[in-house]
Design a protein around this ligand. Structure first.
Ligand code: SAJ
Length: 462
């Protein structure tokens, strides 16, 4: 088929490459001219994805994939553009408040979860609830509207609130003279993990949700040309909902681990040992506590459900507040330790939102750094995967007093405490990912604190 993929990001570009490799004639479209020009010169903008470069070079060289800044007529259109959340600038509630005020309020609410379990956003702040920003999806659909023909298949892969395909995408297409019987409209969410996109885009089972059964069948046939996993057809709203509950399930379960970590600290026991023992139960799988939940998916997707049904989602809202509250929990831990031990200079190990990726979107490390500075501490940041933070570590730790591990990049897991400690003025380590061998670092003179480890830390609150 002739396929037009709109949005050449970490989902759209691999999708375009796989579709081209499967024998389709693909036009990849992106508004970012630099990306398009780069690809036309064979420069790839998505790196670190095993197997992508080879496939991309092959389909670009063969012409099976061509790239452009504007859509062309095709048999099928696949929209893969971002859907971030936005906090409304101004609302009817209190026009004089600025976005900063709201950000503070939201973080106060999140911080409130620090003292009470899971503060749910008070209704008075209802108008400030983060909302799905569908502007990129709308712009993409408007871009293809003029070239979509009756009988074409239009697929939205972007993660959207339930009902978007029917209530937002279809009306835009109707505006270009197409009605719901003429265009095959479907939502096909992706569930690949960054770092293993090419593998999972082929191997994972896939859900295809059609506005009509014919649309679902057409989408199923198309994806069967690249997906080896099973493909399940359903309706569009169910497919939108399935994607959101997958990630909401994860966010709520991470919040449970985080809440248990705070209780373990309070009880003076170690959360890591507790979880390891609890998970020996054949049907228990408690996830890992951490400094907060980052990335552009897990902290975002639950907001789409909350936004759609605020009165029906107290648990999801509380989980969001608990996870965001971990940022202040870590900041309080470091601040208290700094006061007790007279520490001032900290190096944060890891800025990316999770191990061994170079993406810092919504990363807790950025908020933690800001708030530590606001507490009067000096903070430097290191990250081997992010250019601006990738300075030699032994230089960065010179004269530092504390190391705060926020992202468990593999390179941090076998750091030598002696060779690092020798450059430091004080030897203090705070591990928020429970991946460092505390006993070993203590043998090299480090004072170690671990998230959720009440044995080492005097509990923050009694
Ligand atoms: N995290 C914890 N504790 C855990 C697991 C994760 O604190 O036990 C934190 C991570 O540090 C990170 C955040 O949560 O900051 C998200 O991590 P993640 O491992 O969920 O990774 P993502 O966001 O890259 O991928 C998720 C995946 N969804 C699920 O596992 C249900 C992936 O399959 C999705 O495709 C992706 O979101 C997405 O794009 O929706």
């Amino acid at each position: 088929m002739k396929i037009c993929v709109i949005g050449l990001g970490y989902i759209g570009f691999p999708t375009a490459c796989l579709m081209a490799r499967a024998g389709h004639q693909v036009v990849g479209v992106d508004v970012n001219e630099a990306v398009v020009k780069g690809l036309q010169n064979g420069e790839l903008h998505i790196v670190g994805e095993e197997g992508l470069a080879d496939v991309a070079r092959g389909v670009l060289a063969s012409g099976a994939l061509t790239v452009s800044t504007s859509p062309a007529e095709a048999d099928a259109f696949i929209v893969c553009v971002p859907t971030p959340v936005k906090v409304p600038e101004k609302t009817a509630v209190a026009d004089e408040l600025t976005a900063d005020d709201v950000a503070v309020t939201l973080s106060q609410v999140a911080a409130a979860s620090e003292t009470t379990s899971g503060a749910v956003l008070p209704n008075s702040l209802e108008a400030y609830r983060p909302k799905a920003d569908l502007s990129y999806v709308e712009a993409a659909v408007h871009a293809i509207g003029p070239v979509v023909r009756p009988g074409n298949l239009v697929i939205v892969e972007s993660t959207v609130p339930p009902g978007t395909t029917e209530q937002v995408v279809l009306p835009i297409l109707e505006g270009y003279g197409l009605n719901r019987d003429q265009v095959l409209l479907a939502h096909v969410p992706e569930r690949v993990i960054p770092g293993a996109v090419m593998l999972e885009m082929v191997a994972n089972d896939r859900v295809v949700g059609g506005l009509t059964p014919e649309a679902a069948e057409a989408a199923k046939k198309l994806y069967a040309t690249i997906v080896k996993g099973q493909i399940f057809a359903t309706d569009a709203t169910t497919a939108e909902f399935v994607k959101l509950i997958e990630n909401t399930y994860r966010d709520v379960n991470i919040a449970l681990a985080n809440e248990m970590a705070r209780v373990a600290e309070y009880l003076g026991i170690d959360i890591q040992q507790s979880i390891a023992l609890a998970n020996r139960h054949p049907r228990v799988n408690i996830l890992n506590p951490g400094p907060g939940v980052g990335g552009h998916c897990i902290p975002v997707d639950p907001q789409f459900l909350i936004d759609r049904a605020p009165d029906l989602t107290p648990l999801i809202q509380a989980a969001r507040a608990v996870n965001d509250g971990m940022i202040d929990h870590v900041v309080n831990l470091v601040d208290q330790l700094s006061k007790e031990e007279g520490l001032h200079r900290w190096v944060i190990l890891g800025v990316a939102y999770k191990a061994d990726v170079g993406d810092e979107r919504n990363s807790p490390a950025l908020d933690i750094a800001d708030r530590l500075v606001n507490r009067g501490l000096t903070v430097a940041m290191h990250d081997p995967f992010i250019e601006q933070f990738n300075r030699p570590l032994d230089e960065l730790v010179l004269e530092a007093e504390g190391l705060l591990l926020v992202t468990d990049h593999s390179m941090y897991l076998n750091l030598d405490p002696e060779s690092l400690g020798r450059h430091m003025r004080r030897r203090v380590l705070v591990d928020t990912r429970l991946r460092i061998d505390a006993d070993k670092w203590e043998m090299h003179g480090f004072l170690v604190r671990r998230l959720g480890d009440g044995r080492r830390a005097r509990p923050l609150m009694r």
